[in-house]
Design a protein around this ligand. Structure first.
Ligand code: DX5
Ligand code: ZN
Length: 240
């Protein structure tokens, strides 16, 4: 009987561990000091970042201009965590091999920016990266209808893309819940569900409760002197 109880306890523990969500904090370097980018990414990884979120803007798809593959290549040797390239560019495809060669691990793009979404997702995977779609606050989720088997990550924007430091748009929470249902129904629980825009210590738990597992945060982390303190406070919220 003792052995039997032990087995049950063991299984219960195993299931509890399996059921525990892995949360990932992905600081966006958009709010980092670009004059010291190598040091900034090293510091934020030492402070507990799981992923580096890399915002690429082209002054065409979004009204701002940021960084490209050369900068990705430059920071790659400084960190050993995945680099998550968020493409806010149109057209998309030409840049994908360049970012893959520059050391990107994840590449996401906005469906409105690609003429052939299925082809672009496949191109990302063919270049050895995880592929994903990004949804602006007003972009419907139906773009996922025929490509759930081609996405490794789904990114829900909780601000309109283009700038750091904007306020979280609450309707993103309902959308995250809807995507979590789609992931559950897909049979592939490994699809990551990322949220990006206005994430702070005081709203990260709500995003997690809605179903997000990966949290982009730019200004909340880089605008504070102690990156580790912010990341720890976020993890404490996620553990509640
Ligand atoms: C917005 C970018 C975000 C942004 C997040 O277009 O995709 O990654 O940097 O910045 P915060 O966390 O300041 O909203
Ligand atoms: Zn982003």
């Amino acid at each position: 009987m003792a052995v039997h109880s032990g087995k049950i306890a063991g299984f219960t523990l195993l299931f509890t561990i399996l059921a525990m969500t892995t949360y990932r904090i992905a600081p966006s370097i958009l709010s980092a000091d670009f004059a010291r980018l190598g040091e900034e990414v090293r510091n934020v990884v030492a402070a507990g970042a799981d992923i580096i979120h890399f915002d690429v803007m082209d002054n065409h798809y979004v009204p701002n201009l940021t960084i490209g593959p050369l900068v990705c290549q430059a920071i790659r040797p400084h960190v050993n965590v995945p680099i998550d390239v968020h493409l806010m560019v149109k057209p998309v495809d030409r840049l994908i091999p360049d970012f893959a060669k520059a050391g990107a691990d994840i590449i996401t793009f906005h469906p409105e920016a690609s003429e052939h979404i299925d082809r672009t997702l496949q191109l990302i995977r063919d270049n050895g990266c995880k592929a994903g779609l990004v949804f602006n606050p007003a972009t419907p989720l139906h773009y996922l209808d025929y490509v759930m088997d081609k996405v490794d990550i789904i990114l829900i924007m909780s601000v309109n893309p283009g700038f750091g430091g904007q306020s979280f748009i609450p309707s993103a929470l309902e959308k995250i819940k809807a995507v979590r249902k789609l992931i559950d129904a897909s049979g592939n629980p490994n699809i990551m569900l990322e949220v990006d825009g206005g994430i702070k210590v005081d709203n990260i738990a709500a995003a997690a409760a809605a179903g997000a597992d990966t949290f982009v945060a730019g200004s909340a982390i880089f605008n504070q002197p102690d990156y580790a303190a912010v990341i720890s406070a976020m993890r404490a919220e996620l553990a509640k």
